[in-house]
Design a protein around this ligand. Structure first.
Ligand SMILES: [Zn+2]
Length: 109
C-alpha cells in the first residue's frame, strides 16, 4: 500500500473521531463542506486566490466543516481546531482557513 493511501485511511479514521468528538462532547453541530477536489477545481481556485494548486483536498486528505451553534452558522472554534491538532491533524485556523481540517502530507497542510 502506498504512503498516500495509508495517509488517506488514517485521515478518514481521524475525521470520524473528530465528528464523534464534536457531536458528543461539544455544543457545536457541523455539516460537511468540501472534501475531495478535482485538480481542475484546485487550479481554478488558485487562479482566484482562494486556495492552492496542490491542495490536500485533491489528495483526499482534507475536509472543510461548517459549524453551527444554536442553529446559527458560526466561525470554527479554536478549541476544536486545537483538539484536532492534538490528534495529529493540521488545522486551517493556523493559516487563515478555519473550516479546513487536514492531515499534513508531503510538506502540505
Ligand atoms: Zn479546505
Amino acid at each position: 500500500m502506498s504512503e498516500l493511501v495509508e495517509a488517506q485511511q488514517k485521515f478518514s479514521g481521524m475525521l470520524g473521531l473528530l465528528l464523534v468528538h464534536i457531536a458528543k462532547e461539544t455544543e457545536y453541530r457541523v455539516t460537511l463542506g468540501e472534501s475531495w477536489r478535482t485538480p481542475e477545481q484546485a487550479a481554478a481556485n488558485a487562479a482566484k486566490g482562494i486556495g492552492i494548486l496542490n491542495s490536500l483536498h485533491c489528495e483526499r486528505l482534507a475536509q472543510d466543516l461548517n459549524f453551527f451553534l444554536g442553529g446559527k452558522l458560526v466561525a470554527p472554534p479554536a478549541e476544536i481546531g486545537e483538539w484536532w491538532e492534538q490528534q495529529g491533524g493540521a488545522w486551517g485556523g493556523r493559516f487563515g482557513d478555519p473550516p479546513h481540517f487536514s492531515l499534513a502530507f508531503g510538506g502540505r497542510k
